[in-house]
Design a binder for this molecule. Sequence first.
Ligand code: COA
Length: 192
Amino acid sequence: MTWKPGQPVRLETERFLLRTLNRLQIVRYTYEWSFDPEVMNPFGLEAGIWSRRKWYRRFKKADNRRRFYFGIWPKVSDKPIGMEVVDVDSRRVATLSIVIGDRRWWGKGVVQETRRAVIAFIFEQLQCPRVWGMPTARNFPSIFNYQKLGFTCEGILRQHGIDPATRQRCDIIVYSMLRDEWLEKNRREAAA
Ligand SMILES: CC(C)(COP(=O)(O)OP(=O)(O)OC[C@H]1O[C@@H](n2cnc3c(N)ncnc32)[C@H](O)[C@@H]1OP(=O)(O)O)[C@@H](O)C(=O)NCCC(=O)NCCS
């Protein structure tokens, strides 16, 4: 794939197409998710408090250079069901987050399938040496996904977060993967 910074990105997996969204598209496709506490709270955001304008403002960094919002389209649908977010900092460390806003798609292996393509893009196209994610300690589906993809648990940031639903402090778990580990994992899987 030849991709240049700033250009839209398109990735494909067996069941899904991932396409980067601009701010207007993000609002068009994801605004309705902002009303669902089960979708928003694990993200650290309150549900039902967002006007369209405020929601739009959140995504001003969607530039396909440092910040990528990948809409996830099932090949059988014309509407995205979720979004993979990649944020690359000045040290070329990429932070991951994901939301499956259409809850009918929870429990269907979407993250396992789409995240592999996103991680390959991060390591192969963006040439980042490290990717990481920080789920809250009670976000069991998210923790499961990091572990199953072979991320290393680096530790726990104790009481680092605040649960928007309960306003209680919560622990955050740090998961990471290095580029060399990813390449080695792929080599082993290909050889098996
Ligand atoms: C996080 C999210 C994308 C995961 O979706 P998913 O991959 O479809 O998750 P699943 O429902 O398949 O759960 C994954 C696994 O976690 C485990 N799990 C789920 N809920 C669990 C619970 N309450 N307790 C223990 N384990 C649980 C299960 O093992 C499950 O896999 P299995 O049932 O196939 O064995 C989705 O839940 C979501 O969009 N949540 C809101 C936003 C969010 O939390 N984003 C991540 C923060 S960055």
